[in-house]
Design a binder for this molecule. Structure first.
Ligand code: SF4
Length: 435
């Protein structure tokens, strides 16, 4: 792209690109179906990050990978590099079906959930029938109800088991976080896998037809109710065939699930390419040549039983697994003002400050921190969630971030329990959180 051509940032969103700042630095998000990468794909991403993104990467809670501070002139080269290994950023931002998330990396049912995630990715990614949506449409395939991630998707698909000759799934729709969090409702129960794509397609088409620009599916449900959405869906499905898939973008074979996965801890999902390359070598040697971005922004491996001890030893020697306070305490952290235009607080710094403030009794607690009310790190799904809600002046001085705190104790979304805390009050809260 010529540098003197005005850049249409709105259009770039469908290619998975957001503008980061007034200097026209860009964020490019790579879709990674189910978060799983072959070592060849991971090495290519590392090469691209070195060449075009200052040698750093960010792992997201949906298993995607972001490159930051990319320049517009380099987008074509990055796109070619991704396509060469079966990856794409198409539809990773903007009004499109986003990357298909799959939170339980290398769990016993990962063979089923990952295969479905890849099938959905092949069907929806880069498919023009499902672009130009009013807003984003998020799909996740979960292997159970632990973690409740099905509640925050536009379509949350939960594996329920194998029955009557088919893998079966519950389908939940119209969830979402942001400024108006809303839990999804159950649309279908124990559906055979073959019925899923026609149903999700109909949900997307119904969403497009009946929802104003800039609004998610949850908005439509707030306006017509669950019964109304079911009625619209029936009308949409009457006599309408499933569209043809756009063709596979992803030729990576699915690795088989094995024993318990081994996780390399990556603080706040932020890593450099030297670190990634070290982990790629570990995956090549001990994990069948695959690794996965987890929902907690770490990297997971699926070693064969006989390779497990060597992998753990290698990761521990390199400092990726161990017993430090940071590793015992899980933080999901969005990029905040480090790399997002919407960010009101430096979320990684905040995570470090919270970690330092925690008493030993609070280690092991799971936290999620978001840099603005969009809640990209899913704070309402964590036992303790921090949302940077606004900036406010302190005694007539500079505007500083204010934080709301959510606690989740039941099966639904977390509830707000503190509002408008300044940093000092937030850290006091952290120091007492175990009481
Ligand atoms: S929560 Fe806000 S600050 Fe964080 S990544 Fe999302 S939009 Fe950006």
């Amino acid at each position: 792209m010529a540098t003197d051509t005005p850049i249409d940032f709105q259009k770039l969103r469908l290619d998975g690109v957001y503008r980061m700042n007034e200097r026209d630095e860009l964020m490019l998000r790579i879709k990674v179906p189910a978060g799983v990468l072959s070592v060849a794909q991971a090495a290519q991403v590392a090469d691209l990050a070195d060449a075009f993104a200052g040698g750093r990467l960010h792992l997201t809670t949906r298993g995607s990978i972001e490159l930051h501070r990319v320049r517009a002139r380099d987008l074509a080269a990055i796109g070619r590099g991704l396509a060469a290994v079966g990856l794409t950023s198409r539809g990773a931002c903007g009004g499109a079906v986003r990357g298909i998330a799959c939170s339980a990396s290398f769990s016993p049912n990962f063979v089923v959930t990952q295969a479905l995630a890849r099938r959905l990715h092949r069907h929806f990614a880069g498919n023009p029938h499902f672009e130009g949506l009013p807003k984003k449409f998020k799909i996740a395939v979960e292997d159970g109800y632990a973690g409740a991630r099905h509640l925050i998707q536009d379509a949350g698909i939960v594996f329920t088991g194998h029955d009557r000759g088919a893998n079966r799934f519950d389908v939940w729709v119209a969830g979402g976080l942001g400024r108006e969090p809303q839990a999804a409702f159950q649309l279908a129960e124990n559906l055979a896998e073959e019925a899923l794509i026609p149903l999700i397609e109909a949900v997307v088409r119904t969403y497009v037809k009946h929802t104003p620009a800039g609004k998610r599916l949850k908005h439509l449900v707030r306006s017509v109710g669950e019964v109304g959405l079911r009625r619209l869906l029936e009308q949409e499905r009457a006599g309408r065939p499933t569209v043809l898939a756009a063709g596979g973008l992803d030729g990576t074979p699915a690795p088989a699930g094995g024993g318990a996965p081994v996780t390399a801890f990556i603080f706040a999902g932020d890593l450099d390419t030297a670190t990634l390359r070290q982990l790629i070598e570990a995956a090549r040697s001990h994990s069948g040549g695959f690794l996965a971005v987890t929902a907690d922004q770490n990297l997971a491996f699926a070693p064969a039983a006989e390779a497990r001890a060597a992998l753990v030893q290698e990761l521990a020697a390199a400092g990726f697994v161990g017993t430090s306070a940071a590793e015992k305490t899980a933080f999901r952290v969005c990029v905040g003002s480090h790399a997002c235009r919407m960010g009101l607080s430096p979320t990684r710094d905040l995570a470090r400050a919270v970690l330092d403030a925690l008493p030993p009794a609070a280690q092991g607690l799971e936290w999620a921190i978001s840099g603005c009310p969009n809640s990209c790190s899913q704070p309402q799904l964590a036992p303790v969630g921090i949302v940077t809600s606004r900036l406010a002046k302190e005694d007539g001085g500079e505007r500083t971030p204010r934080f709301d705190i959510y606690r989740r104790t039941g099966e639904g979304l977390g509830e707000k329990c503190e509002e408008g805390l300044n940093l000092q009050q937030l850290l006091q809260f952290a120091s007492r959180v175990a009481e």
